[in-house]
Write a protein that binds this ligand. Structure first.
Ligand SMILES: [Mg+2]
Length: 115
C-alpha cells in the first residue's frame, strides 16, 4: 500500500484529508506539526509523497519542505494551505478552498501514471 505523510495542525482538517487519502487507497501517517512530520519522514522510508499545511506550530510547511528537499529531491510534495502560494519550486500548491478530495485525486493520478 502506498504511504503518504500528512502534516496538518488543525485536527478536523487533518481528519478530513486523512479520510480523502484513505478513500483513494493510501495509507496515511499523520503529523500535528512540521517537526513531527520531519521525524516521521526520516523514520518511515516507505513514505511516497507528502501533503503539508503551511501554517503550523513548531515548524511550518516552508521549513518542512526545505528540510525534506535537503535530503530528498524526488518525493512529491503537495502544499495544501489557506494562505497564499509561497511559490516554492519543486512542489505543488493547492488552496484549502478546493477541499481535500482534489489533493487525494492528484496523488492517485500521479502514482497511476508512474505505475
Ligand atoms: Mg495550520
Amino acid at each position: 500500500m502506498k504511504t503518504i505523510l500528512l502534516a496538518e495542525d488543525t485536527e478536523e482538517l487533518r481528519e478530513l484529508m486523512e479520510n480523502a487519502l484513505t478513500n483513494e487507497g493510501f495509507k496515511v501517517i499523520a503529523a500535528k506539526n512540521g517537526m513531527e512530520a520531519l521525524r516521521l519522514f526520516k523514520a518511515f522510508p516507505e513514505i511516497m509523497a507528502v501533503v503539508t499545511d503551511l501554517e503550523m506550530p513548531m515548524m511550518n510547511g516552508i521549513q518542512l519542505v526545505k528540510e525534506i528537499r535537503d535530503m530528498d529531491t524526488l518525493t512529491p510534495i503537495i502544499m495544501w494551505s489557506g494562505a497564499d502560494d509561497p511559490k516554492i519550486s519543486g512542489i505543488n500548491f493547492l488552496p484549502k478552498s478546493v477541499g481535500s478530495k482534489p489533493v487525494a485525486k492528484i496523488l492517485a493520478n500521479l502514482f497511476k501514471e508512474a505505475a
